[in-house]
Ligand binder design. Structure first.
Ligand code: UDP
Ligand code: MG
Length: 311
């Protein structure tokens, strides 16, 4: 039987790009000539994304729609797409056409060559601010330093996954998700495909600073326990320092009979410094604790309001 390709597209307030995205993806898939399904996930959009998506579903049976009951976030939307996809290979792509759908045939070729994961690596980012590029570079650097899994640099969620990889991912129901890390963790034969990341076709980023910080924290904390260990290292260093100071104080007192009681500034600085370090360490504990709490509650990752064109 001819293989089926699923294309998963998360949508959050993308009324300006959805139709253009549909046209370009459809053109690409028609050219490949393989059977495909285009799974749109409406992540609680507040604009006309939903009616347009519904319209596309009535026009074209290839298009399927998962409608969330509210905004659950990009990673939850991708998860829903992977859950519902029936394809032998699944391609994840952003709606904003920053990742060109025209790369998909090359991904499919690599898949046919026997690779299970073909991830797109951005060799160039067009139309993104310098701050975004720098923070992204810093984040990927830190991620590589702190985590044991080999998460490729400058690689987003634009990728093709074989059915075996999707099945493995679908069994990982962790709540604070960092999908690109999870794909690396799963393993299998992976290969990269370089591409130029374009400017957003229209509209603006749906990842404001706050969401990005949360996402970055999920990436690091889901794949590393090193931050937890930082406090022990600090603890040892501080204990060592205070021990040296005690020796110094005793020597001063008994051999040079100096009064050691002077300079409350140094005392004050020491207290503030230690207080700060302790609070940061408690904060790190809190980040992990909050994530454990999310796991314990075991709520579903998303709630669907409607499903269209799924059997
Ligand atoms: N997105 C989503 N839910 C959200 C935020 C974003 O489904 O809460 C989708 C969005 O519609 C887009 C993709 O995730 O298809 C990537 O978002 P965006 O392009 O805004 O991120 P950026 O490229 O700026 O990092
Ligand atoms: Mg984008």
């Amino acid at each position: 039987m001819e293989p089926l390709i699923s294309i998963v597209v998360p949508l959050f307030n993308e009324e300006l790009v959805i139709e253009q995205m549909y046209r370009r993806v459809t053109a690409v898939m028609a050219a490949i000539g393989l059977d495909y399904e285009l799974i749109l996930i409406n992540d609680g959009s507040r604009d006309k994304t939903l009616p347009i998506a519904r319209q596309l579903c009535t026009q074209d049976p290839h298009v399927k729609l998962i409608g969330f009951s509210r905004n659950f976030g990009h990673q939850a939307a991708l998860t829903a797409g992977l859950d519902k996809a029936r394809g032998d290979a699944v391609v994840i792509i952003d709606a904003d056409l920053q990742d060109p759908p025209e790369i998909i045939p090359q991904m499919v070729e690599k898949w046919k060559d026997g690779f299970d994961v073909v991830y797109g690596t951005r060799v160039k980012r067009e139309g993104e601010t310098r701050v975004k590029k720098w923070t992204a570079a810093g984040f990927y650097w830190l991620l590589r330093k702190l985590t044991a899994v080999d998460i490729p640099q400058d690689t987003g969620d634009f990728r093709l996954l074989d059915r075996r990889v999707v099945n493995a991912l679908n069994r990982m129901r962790e709540k604070n998700r960092f999908l690109r890390g999870m794909v690396s963790w799963v393993g299998f034969r992976q290969c990269r495909l370089e591409y130029v990341r374009h400017e957003r076709f229209a509209g603006e980023t749906k990842y404001p600073f706050k969401k990005m910080v949360k996402f970055a924290l999920d990436g690091i904390l889901s794949f590393s326990q090193i931050p937890l260990k930082v406090s022990s290292v600090f603890g040892f260093l501080c204990s060592l320092l205070s021990f040296c100071l005690i020796i110094y104080g005793l020597v001063e007192k008994f051999f040079y009979s100096q009064s050691v009681i002077r300079g409350w500034l140094s005392t004050f600085v020491a207290i503030l410094f230690l207080g700060g370090v302790q609070l940061i360490c408690i904060g790190i504990l809190g980040e992990y604790l909050g994530r454990i709490y999310d796991e314990i509650k075991n709520r579903p990752l998303y709630v669907c309001d409607e499903l269209i064109n799924f059997d």
